[in-house]
Design a protein around this ligand. Sequence first.
Ligand code: ADP
Length: 213
Amino acid sequence: MDKSTRSLLDLKGKVPFLGLTGGIGSGKSSVASFLAKRGAWVIDTDQIAHQISAAGGIAVDLIQSQFGPEFILPDGSLNRAKMREYVFKDTESKRKLEAITHPLIRQETILQAENGLENHAPYLVFVVPLLLESGTWTENLDHIAVVDCEEEIQIRRVMERSQLDRQEVLGIMAHQASRAERLAIADTVIHNQGDLASLEVEVDRLHQKMLDL
Ligand code: ADP
């Protein structure tokens, strides 16, 4: 089959597909690594997006030719901060960038899903930060888990782990679905208000649920 027309739907039905989402800093990566520790096969679309625009990544040449060399850092990777600022202000550029990156992310996601199936994973986990915002993702999934915590906790966690200040975190959050919108599509809500030990208890429950599907 032509690579560009392949779809995750073609792989569906063999093992359950879990979508894992949540706002920035809610704890998606933490949940994903706990699930991986329990034997789940994790495919992180955010990590894939980073890989394709890192030095030597498959999106870099296309981005350079369509946006200009000023968007590429001396080490050959995408200047993420510059691009973020640029597309925040201009929907048309955002669309142009996504026309390059989305098909490449989809292609790599499918490859990793195939690997998971070949490795007899009990279920596949797709970490998709903008699951709701990206429209058709939900039809690929058998179960949706939303990692949730209060917005103040999100802001604090992101500021602690990155160079971003409060205003910048709020700016990113403003471009994401609201907490209520995310909770409305959840089959399972993972509450991540407490410590990592309490989070692991929630993750255990989700893992068991996925094995029972
Ligand atoms: P996301 O992937 O949703 O952006 P992360 O899993 O990266 O969120 O979590 C954001 C930051 O907060 C990370 O540094 C992570 O280690 C930390 N973190 C997440 N959950 C907890 C928790 N329950 N207790 C303490 N730190 C946490």
